[in-house]
Ligand binder design. Structure first.
Ligand code: NAG
Ligand code: NAG
Ligand code: NAG
Length: 466
């Protein structure tokens, strides 16, 4: 009566062994042979395995002394032996059980695989965000003066991806940096100024560059668009096409980043079309604009307000020296472009006045450059201190930060935000019809179609520029 018991035990041991065998030698063996399985005994019906051979003929299947390939039962007998997650093959990572045959488990931006011996091996990349960083920022909230948010868009991404694909402005070279600096006359400046309130509907909202390192193109065209609208008093309200810069500006790396001075040179030399005519796709495509094109030859719809057929071109870019110069420029002429050094904690900014925090280990201190628009400034009492800030617009969509904007410390060159600030003036269409009293500005628009910088003594365009 009890004679079947040892047999059953033997069978289950054998099954466990065979599945272990199968796990260690996943193959394929018989499955890899052209005629797969063979009848009777055929010694050539074999496959190399480890340092010996295994067989796929019927003869191999002889119990204890058999020498079948690990996948013989499955391939030749059609038996599917589901591999039970026995103690030897099952792994656990953060409360998830998986086996060497399961796809790797995804843990934020890393993947983990289960080894045969039950250990887990994970890739070791720094993620754009993780719970540790968020916890640290939460603890530091009072002392740093800004709050972190948990953005689902950042999860599963490596920090390196964020630095390349969410930023994309190259650090300016020193000679370029020192070029053409202009300073504005100082005058009384208000303690708060927001260009979007000062010129309602004329300052663009935050766009989203997507996973493309195109901030060099977006910050340039959005600032140029703002200035067309502001300096034409709303006659030329146009969204200019960053896609044209991505596709057409040579010596730039499209979604891998670009230089601002090269972008401005292109806007000055060639000009751009409007966004509808060349929609943004967050990837490089073939350039469809030729030098010398007009809006007509580029097949763009012409604007309704002004008799414009020329491309939207900008005057030469100039840089601004210091806090008061930047403020005067914004108040007098509209938004400006600034370069910003980005650290990992910046991605998780949600609201408040940003400053770089210590919530990042030294390995993560690797930073990269980004460019944004500065649209105003203000000050706010935080504790006992009056904290001065800039209002900036990012290009990560309105889901990020304060409706796509952020505030950052002013006057201390926080993250180098004051070290490379650029402005440029548009060739507003000459036929601006509404003439309202805006001082010398309007006269210049009507007179030349170009607004020179107030400190520029020479008439525009300057002659003999090599
Ligand atoms: C952040 O959100 C992710 C899901 O998107 C969640 O897994 C994680 O626990 C959250 N972390 C914190 C600190 O709220
Ligand atoms: C900025 O520079 C101008 C001259 O270029 C100077 O008059 C002004 O005092 C400076 N402002 C600050 C805050 O350094
Ligand atoms: C628009 O400008 C073009 C030349 O730039 C001129 O030939 C045309 O007459 C103008 N049209 C109007 C309605 O002013």
């Amino acid at each position: 009566m009890l004679s079947w018991l040892p047999l059953l035990m033997l069978v289950s041991v054998a099954a466990a062994q065979s599945s272990r065998f199968r796990a260690e030698f996943p193959g394929p063996y018989c499955a890899a042979r052209r005629d797969r399985c063979c009848h009777d005994r055929q010694d050539g019906c074999a496959q190399p395995i480890s340092s010996t051979m295994c067989y796929c003929d019927e003869f191999c299947d002889r119990g204890e002394h058999g020498d079948c390939c690990p996948d013989y039962e499955e391939v030749c007998l059609g038996m599917t032996t589901p591999v039970p997650p026995g103690p030897l093959q099952s792994c656990v990572h953060k409360n998830r059980y998986f086996t060497p045959f399961d796809p790797p488990v995804v843990d934020n931006c890393n993947t983990c695989k289960c080894n045969i011996d039950g250990t887990v091996t994970c890739t070791d990349d720094v993620c754009l965000v993780d719970d540790d960083l968020l916890r640290q920022l939460h603890h530091l909230e009072r002392s740093i003066g800004w709050k972190a948010g948990n953005y689902s868009e950042w999860w599963g991404r490596k920090y390196d991806e964020g630095k390349v694909l969410r930023l994309g402005t190259f650090q300016p070279k020193i000679p370029v940096k020192a070029m053409k600096r202009l300073s504005n006359r100082g005058g009384p400046l208000p303690s708060h100024f927001d260009a979007a309130d000062h010129w309602p509907r004329l300052v663009g909202e935050a766009r989203d560059q997507g996973w493309c390192g195109s901030s060099w193109a977006l910050s340039t065209t959005t600032m140029a668009s703002d200035r067309f609208a502001i300096l034409s008093k709303g006659r030329e309200q146009v969204q200019l096409a960053p896609q044209q810069l991505l596709a057409c500006v040579r010596r730039q790396q499209a979604c891998s980043g670009g230089h601002l001075d090269t972008a401005w040179q292109y806007l000055r030399r060639v000009g751009v079309v409007n966004d509808e005519c060349y929609p943004y796709i967050a990837a490089k495509n073939q350039c469809k604009i030729n030098d010398g094109d007009t809006l007509v030859s580029a097949n763009c719809e012409l604007p309704a307000n002004v008799n414009r057929t020329a491309m939207y071109r900008m005057g030469p870019a100039y840089s601004l020296n210091n806090e008061t110069d930047i403020m005067t420029e914004i108040k007098e002429r509209g938004t400006v472009q600034a370069i910003l050094r980005v650290y990992r904690d910046f991605f998780s900014y949600q609201n408040g006045i940003y400053r770089h925090s210590a919530a990042a280990t030294p390995a993560e201190e690797r930073s990269a450059y980004h460019s944004v628009r500065l649209i105003g400034w203000g000050e706010e009492r935080v504790g006992y201190d009056m904290v001065k800030y800039w209002i900036a617009v990012n290009s990560w969509g309105t889901w990020w930060g304060e409706n796509g904007r952020f505030r950052i410390l002013r006057g201390t060159n926080e993250c180098e935000i004051e070290s490379y600030v650029l402005a440029s003036n548009p060739y507003v269409h000459q036929h601006v019809q509404t003439v309202r009293n805006v001082g010398d500005l309007q006269e210049l628009i009507v007179g030349t179609g170009y607004v020179p910088h107030p400190s520029r003594q020479r008439p525009y365009p300057p002659h003999s520029r090599g």
